[in-house]
Design a protein around this ligand. Structure first.
Ligand code: UT7
Length: 328
């Protein structure tokens, strides 16, 4: 058994096209004031028409491999967390495996919506600790702009596209991953969903006419769930790591809404300054949100070698996941 795993390199990809709140004012009945006050989002990135999730994932993955000095051929496992795969099957991870030239790697997608990256990270970690893999590429990538109803102001203002990737390698246990906590509550499955396109409601002329291939969401219920689960998930990851939330240098939460992060910080009794925030620039990028935030936290010096961090995500399913780690 290996002691633990650690992140040896990271990458990220955000599309070039910026969509501002002012742009959205031209499309739906909304205002910059409403979006900023209710969500904290000012702009988001939107993929080109010819850009799919694997295109963003590929760029992020290449950067992560370079940063980790790991060659694609040395990868044993590729995990892609996504709710917007290139197609329902084959897995986007397989498309990525081919495009990277990762000939010796297994590849599979993980579907836990916005929690997918933390779930995939836990699975990659478990493979390493069990000795079943030595080099794991973990990606969180989504292009929710492709399944958002651009006429629905309640959802279209919230989401953006991005990908984040990390390379996990074995560690001695002093640095790297300290703990995970994953959870689910399928009784809330209908709160955020893409109702049609699966085996329950196969795509048909009728499902398209009724807009059932778009994201549907009960925003208020998801908001309440998120503010409850984030503090709990942080506390549980800390408890399992044998540390106190007080000792954590930086919390890296799923970037869905600044008010959710504020409420969670308050409930936890921790200052908002200890929470990394970039929701203003990217909106909610689903599975990409946590790895992109982690990447930027390190790039901007907010997370330094030796620091204690807790990643925390929540999303459709309902699902949630948290991870305590010692950076470096
Ligand atoms: O990754 C997980 C994904 N989802 C989330 O994290 C979502 C969690 N939920 C939220 O972030 C918030 O619930 C929202 C931002 C979605 C909505 O904020 P809210 O404060 O819960 O607003 P609300 O849904 O209670 O709506 C308040 C009002 C409504 O009008 P009435 O019924 O009071 O007249 C909405 O129709 O705001 C209206 N509204 C808008 N107005 C202007 C909803 N969307 C917009 C909009 N612009 N874009």
């Amino acid at each position: 058994m290996v002691g633990s795993s650690r992140i040896a390199g990271m990458g990220r990809c955000v599309p070039e096209r910026v969509l501002t709140n002012a742009d959205l004012e031209q499309r739906v009945h909304t205002t910059d004031e409403w979006i900023t006050a209710r969500t904290g989002i000012r702009e988001r990135r939107i993929a080109r028409e010819d850009q799919a999730t694997s295109d963003l994932a590929l760029e992020a993955a290449r950067e992560a491999l370079r940063a980790a000095s790991v060659s694609a051929e040395d990868l044993d496992l590729i995990l892609v967390g996504t709710a917007t795969p290139d197609a329902l099957f084959p897995a986007t991870a397989c498309i990525l495996q081919d495009r990277l030239g990762a000939r010796a790697s297994a590849a599979v997608d993980i579907s836990a919506a916005c929690s997918s990256f933390v779930y995939a990270l836990a699975m990659g970690h478990a493979y390493i600790v069990a000795g079943m893999a030595r080099r794991v590429l973990v990606v969180g990538a989504d292009t929710l702009s492709k399944i958002v109803n651009w006429e629905d102001r309640a959802t279209c203002v919230l989401f953006g596209d991005a990908a984040g990737a990390v390379v996990l390698v074995p560690s001695d246990g002093r640095r790297g991953i300290l703990s995970f906590w994953l959870g689910s509550d399928g009784s809330g499955a209908s709160l955020i969903a893409q109702p049609a396109g699966g085996s329950r409601l196969p795509a048909s002329r009728e499902t398209v006419e009724r807009g059932l291939h778009y994201i549907t969401m009960n925003g208020r219920e998801v908001f309440k769930f998120a503010t409850r689960v984030i503090p709990r998930a942080i506390e549980e990851a800390c408890r399992r790591a044998g540390v106190d939330p007080e000792e954590v240098d930086l919390f890296i939460p799923h970037q869905a809404n600044i008010r959710i992060i504020q409420a969670a910080a308050e409930r936890l009794g921790q200052p908002l300054e200890k929470f990394f925030v970039n929701v203003d620039r990217y909106g909610n990028t689903s599975a990409a949100s946590v790895p992109v935030a982690l990447y930027e936290a390190v790039a901007t010096g907010r997370l330094r070698s030796g620091d204690l961090a807790v990643l925390v995500a929540f999303g459709a399913g309902l699902t949630w996941g948290s991870c305590a780690l010692r950076w470096g």
